[in-house]
Design a binder for this molecule. Sequence first.
Ligand code: SME
Length: 186
Amino acid sequence: MTSPIAKRKPKAKAAARPKAKRKAAAGPKATAKTGLYAELVTQLRSLLKDEYDFIANAANFSSLLYHSLPDVNWVGFYFLHEQELVLGPFQGKPACVRIPLGKGVCGVAAAQCETIIVPNVHEFPGHIACDPSSNSEIVVPMFDGERLLGVLDLDSTSTGRFDDQDAEGLNELVTILAAHEEGLDD
Ligand code: SME
């Protein structure tokens, strides 16, 4: 089935993000972060090996990130079901189950098929607060080819926790998960 919103736009969009903060992310910290994501790619491939149950793999994916990435309080998936996002495997506090397309950070990222980085969720119009202690967020769409499968969502209690390095690393990880589901990486 072809979705009218299934147009891939791979570039990260930093919502309301000052340029100065972008530059600050390109220091030694960014290098350490790149190394961490490279290690996560290796660990994810190992977790996925010989297992093709998508829900099980998505559950292990969210656990891997939740326990490996510093300073995150929620990691999980929302899957696209008939034009709304429905909660999938996650780690963190219980969350809202259904998000309409175009609503909240997840719904906007899904509708626009773009990664969205929100340095301060309290400044994002229509942000849906599942865990009141969350202050920043990143949402990464996941595709099966050109078709939108859903989004990966990460929250942090720190303001400005996520940057372009996270966007790049998380996009690589969800691409591996989606491709594994299709058996494209064999
Ligand atoms: N904050 C998200 C809702 C999902 S929770 O963060 C887990 C949003 O605005 O879409």
